[in-house]
Design a protein around this ligand. Structure first.
Ligand SMILES: Nc1ncnc2c1ncn2[C@@H]1O[C@H](COP(=O)(O)OP(=O)(O)OP(=O)(O)O)[C@@H](O)[C@H]1O
Ligand SMILES: [Mg+2]
Length: 382
């Protein structure tokens, strides 16, 4: 390990910051036969928390743990495919006996699995099109897990995606399965708050009251700041708490952007030296530069009226009363109906969020990028 700020792949416990209470709660809920819904804004650390919990002594080796990211799926068939594939791949590296039971249990498709002549292990040679009756296959998958020789935990990450499937009955279908399982416990993780809370908190929806809900907040500064200082120190470098606090404030505690900044700032700090505010500032410039290509592409696809509104909101940071004459005049926008239409579009694209009548751009780096384009350099001046 040559950089203690891990931004891709597995995070060793040593470099996993805090989340002690959250871990304890996840472990408690799941080991008491409950299910859990985990919500947070993007890149706060949901997925890493789940993996961290899977390695907890309560679960490691004693449970089968599966992690299924369904963000890119667009219907029940693909959901079933990805779910089956993930279970297959996990068991392939962990438990041969259970793998064979799993393949045999999937009667509707097991003729389609391949076989490795050398190792005598099943191979996953299924195509999406092989799943002709996804509801049936899904029932078989759940049945296999229910009959496993150890309890199972399944995480569906980006679970809000199922609300976008064309099939209308998916929530009810999954809910019916989940209700009947006693050997399988679930984590439903999601980042689109309005979709997830609707799904779990609206009494008209199948998942209403079916799980406890846990919101993942930023890691507290009292935990994060000493963590960063300690990581630098361990590698014979140092950074002052004040610098860490500035980054914490700048990114509002967003785990990914903070870790990304310190990952790069660490590289920019020679051994034996101090990571100064100049180094941090230069690091942020580099990160913005690097993200710039993607943001430019994104902006090139957004019509002018929506873009004007994005700039206006970026400059205000947290904006209210977007349709008011004052806001429209101040930012030279077209009209309140144009603003209304632009708001709707930008929210659909997840580029804009409203909470308690306050509008903001959730991707903080994108917000900073827009501010810079409008010559408002906010880095560090606060
Ligand atoms: N406790 C932690 N300690 C150190 N780094 C962390 C911690 N939690 C998350 N990270 C880092 O923050 C980043 C985002 O984490 P993760 O992918 O788990 O977020 P997420 O909430 O699942 O995001 P998304 O909404 O995009 O799926 C990762 O790069 C990860 O390395
Ligand atoms: Mg995630």
């Amino acid at each position: 390990m040559n950089n203690p700020f891990v931004i891709t792949g597995h995070i060793p416990d040593k470099y996993f910051c805090d989340r002690r209470e959250e871990t304890a709660r996840v472990v408690r809920e799941l080991s008491n036969n409950g299910n859990l819904c985990l919500i947070s804004p993007r890149r706060m650390g949901k997925s890493k928390l789940v993996h961290h919990c899977y390695n907890h002594p309560e679960f490691a080796g004693r449970y089968y743990t599966f992690y299924v990211d369904i963000l890119h799926t667009s219907g029940l068939r693909e959901f079933t495919y990805i779910f089956g594939q993930q279970i297959f791949e996990t068991l392939h590296t962990t438990n041969r006996k259970m793998l064979v039971a799993f393949v045999q249990g999937l009667k509707s498709i097991n003729a389609k699995f391949g076989f490795d002549a050398l190792t005598n292990m099943p191979t996953f040679s299924l195509e999406l099109g092989d799943i002709s009756r996804p509801e049936f296959t899904l029932t078989e998958i759940f049945r296999c897990l229910e009959q496993a020789d150890k309890p199972c935990i399944v995480t569906f990450d980006e679970f809000q995606q199922i609300t976008k499937y064309p099939e209308k009955n998916i929530e009810a279908l999954l809910r019916a399965h989940i209700q009947n399982l006693s050997n399988v416990h679930f984590v439903f993780a999601g980042s689109e708050r309005h979709l997830v809370t609707e799904m779990f908190l609206s009494s008209a929806r199948p998942f209403y009251n079916s799980t406890s809900i846990m919101e993942l907040h930023p890691i507290a500064p009292a935990e994060y700041i000493p963590f960063v200082c300690h990581c630098f120190k361990e590698y014979e470098r140092s950074i002052h708490e004040v610098e860490v606090q500035k980054i914490y404030t700048l990114f509002e505690g967003n785990t990914y952007y903070m870790q990304k900044t310190f990952h790069e700032a660490f590289i920019n700090t020679p051994i034996g030296e101090v990571c100064t505010s100049d180094i941090v500032r230069q690091t942020i410039d580099e990160i913005l530069e690097e993200a710039g290509d993607g943001y430019r592409q994104l902006l090139s696809r957004i019509p002018e009226r929506q873009k004007e509104l994005l700039y206006a909101i970026a400059i205000e940071e947290k904006a209210q009363k977007l349709m008011s004459a004052g806001f429209i005049r101040q930012h030279s926008l077209a009209s309140s109906s144009a603003v209304q239409a632009a708001v709707r579009k930008l929210m659909e694209l997840d580029l804009l969020i409203v909470e308690d009548s306050v509008y903001y751009i959730p991707d903080i780096l994108f917000r900073m990028y827009l501010q810079r384009l409008r010559n408002k350099d906010v880095t560090f001046v606060r």
